[in-house]
Design a protein around this ligand. Structure first.
Ligand code: F6R
Length: 616
């Protein structure tokens, strides 16, 4: 994971790097550092902790007027988070500096070779090995930095996005990418380097996203030079994208946390996801990414959904939707399991990876495997231009906008929106639902953004409930049918930001084990909209009540049965059952948010987590 930032131009580099690192802290935040070039020397400052900790100890660097530098915010892989293991790392001569996002898998073998040649190491990181390998190559081959980086990278197995600086070539930064993202912002007479475009959007909206296996030599006042690392071919006219992100989108806009802001954004972003695709007045769903491959979808023998975490939960809802409406068998797999279990895939299968970041290493590897085995891969992804978006044959963006809070909220509901569009579109195209059923469904879907807006009113109730249960040590979440994945998602949200142990279960499965946990100290969140298996879930609620469990129920407005049994309830607007997850999930997001706030947890940056999991 980790975030990298670099600058070369005529502005002061330090504030650009520090602000950029703050925006990239979602990628990791256990240690951080910056190195600036100053009058023939390197000024380095790094520390365990967050970018704010770095700021507190780097006042000397802040005063320097340096216009070249690189910085890093880390999510530890090799070596615990401490000052020494923080990036940037310097080579043995002290002349080269590197920042790195990724993992060098064969670092141990390279390290042994370097130690045999007299190199010494101060940290436990694979990155320090890489910068010394570059130095070794430079010395041995008598080549310039760019060439040394290229030769060194050919010896490396693993993933990287790196930026390397040589004190002897102070007008140049060399960058390279394989498996981890790297964007270059192109300003007037200046360049920005970052893991994504957010660190430089106020300066330029021209960005070049390096492709895997590419490197670039970035010189101030000179044109970018991009090359393929392995075959040394110059990339003519690299593809420069125009960015469409505003500064406001990546700031908190008055909310205490990004997570809270992102929960509140859901009515708008779900509307954005539907915009231009769901044309209710014309009675159609228009998605060229599906139309272009309609026969594949109609003829698919099986759909495999591959994802991790919250995106995997969205995939489970997708399974219900696609099987229910389009009558195509669906399997949902953790990407990390799929890629290592010798799966059976045929060319009649469609593989749908789902990912907010578009950079999740396991999902990316699973896509590559599915492609090798001949499947058609249709991605559902949020980050435009991300690796997954580029790697898939076709796909749909979720249009949730930048999601900064580590706990996924709006990414989930927009993923559900795309899945609902996809299922309905395939279903009506292959005739597994009638035109009337289709019209009813799309009318219900069209109403979802307003219904999500109504559920925002549940915030104060969720806050009250949170006060009562913030000291709980365990939570159980139960749901059935379409709302079973919501139970899993509710439990995940709570554990990741409040560190309370929580489990999600299909409500009927409770009797096969978890019921043993229920006593007066166990809060049980029951997702029970008045659709689907309502009567069954009423029985489950009674079973909990009989064992004195505390019941927090999410019910449809006007419910009379469960509200009489529950200790607390939150009402949601009624909707067609397949669409209820987009509504029922909102009070659960609020509940976990407020419990985490009351417990004093770092909501946006929970311990040990990172937003973008670019290591397997
Ligand atoms: C949970 C969460 C993670 C991600 C998972 C996949 O709130 O954010 O579980 O859902 O790491 O990430 P993406 O969707 O970026 O592939």
């Amino acid at each position: 994971m980790c975030g990298i930032v670099g600058y070369i131009g005529s502005k002061e580099a330090y504030p650009i790097i520090i602000n950029g690192l703050k925006r990239l802290e979602y990628r990791g935040y256990d240690s951080t550092g910056v190195v600036l070039y100053k009058e023939g020397d390197l000024a380095l400052c790094k520390t365990k902790g967050k970018v704010a900790d770095l700021e507190a100890i780097s006042s000397k660097l802040a005063e320097s007027k340096s216009t070249i530098g690189i910085g890093h915010t880390r999510w530890a892989t090799h070596g615990e988070p401490n000052d020494v293991n923080s990036h940037p790392h310097l080579s043995n001569s002290g002349e080269l500096a590197i920042i790195h996002n990724g993992i060098i898998e064969n670092y141990d073998a390279i390290k042994t070779q370097l130690v045999n040649n007299g190199f010494v190491f101060h940290s436990d990181t694979d990155t320090e090995v890489l910068i010394n390998l570059i130095e070794y190559v430079k010395q041995q081959e008598g080549v310039k930095l760019g060439k040394a980086v290229q030769i060194a990278l050919k010896q490396v197995i693993g993933a990287y996005a790196i930026a390397v600086f040589d004190v002897k070539k102070p007008n140049e930064i060399v960058v390279a990418k394989l498996g981890s993202p790297l964007a270059i912002g192109i300003g007037e007479d200046e360049y920005f380097i970052a893991s994504d475009a957010t660190p430089f959007i106020e300066f330029t909206n021209n960005a070049l996203y390096l492709e895997d296996g590419e490197m670039a030599i970035i010189r101030q006042g000179r044109e970018l030079r991009v090359r393929n690392i392995n075959d040394d071919i110059k990339i003519e006219n690299p593809n420069i994208s125009t960015l469409n992100i505003s500064l406001d989108q990546i700031e908190k806009s008055g909310y205490d946390h990004f997570m809270l802001k992102e929960i509140h954004e859901q009515p708008d972003v779900v509307r954005d996801t539907l915009r231009g695709r769901l044309l209710v007045n014309e009675g159609v769903i228009k998605m060229s990414s599906i139309d272009d491959h309609l026969n594949k979808f109609i003829g698919a023998k099986r759909i495999l959904i591959i994802a991790c975490g919250t995106s995997w939960h969205a995939g489970l809802v997708g399974e219900y939707l696609i099987e229910d409406l389009a009558r195509i068998p669906v399997e949902v797999e953790y990407a990390s399991e799929f890629r290592y279990r010798n799966p059976i895939i045929t060319k009649d299968d469609i593989v749908i990876p789902i990912s907010q970041s578009g950079e999740t290493a396991d999902t990316l590897a699973a896509i590559k495997l599915a492609k090798e085995m001949g499947a058609f891969v249709y991605g559902i992804c949020n980050v435009v231009g991300s690796s997954i978006a580029r790697e898939t044959h076709s796909g749909a963006y979720t249009h949730a906008g930048p999601e900064i809070g580590v706990a996924s909220t709006k990414a989930f509901t927009t993923q559900l929106t795309v899945l609902a569009l996809l299922a309905a579109k395939i279903a009506v195209s292959k005739g597994s639902i009638s035109t009337t059923e289709f019209h009813q469904f799309i009318n219900q879907l069209d109403a979802i953004p307003n219904k999500i807006a109504q559920v925002m009113e549940s915030e104060s109730k969720a806050k009250e409930i949170a006060k009562e249960y913030a000291d709980a040590t365990n939570f159980l979440y139960l749901g059935r049918g379409y709302n079973f994945p919501v139970a899993l998602e509710g439990a995940l949200k709570l554990k990741e930001i409040s560190y309370i142990h929580a489990e999600g279960y299909p409500a009927a499965e409770m009797k096969h084990g978890p019921i043993a946990l229920i006593d007066e100290n166990m809060p049980v969140v029951v997702i029970a909209p008045k659709r689907g298996h309502y009567e069954k879930i009423v029985s489950n609620v009674m079973e909990i009540k009989a064992r004195k469990g505390k019941i927090i129920a999410i019910v449809s407005k006007g419910d009379t049965e469960i509200v009489n049994l529950a200790d607390h309830y939150i009402e949601i607007p009624d909707s067609a059952e397949p669409l209820t997850p987009m509504i029922t999930t909102i009070p659960l997001q609020f509940l976990s948010y407020y419990i985490a706030v009351i417990r004093g947890c770092n909501v946006d940056q929970p311990r040990n987590l990172a937003k973008s999991v670019t290591v397997e």
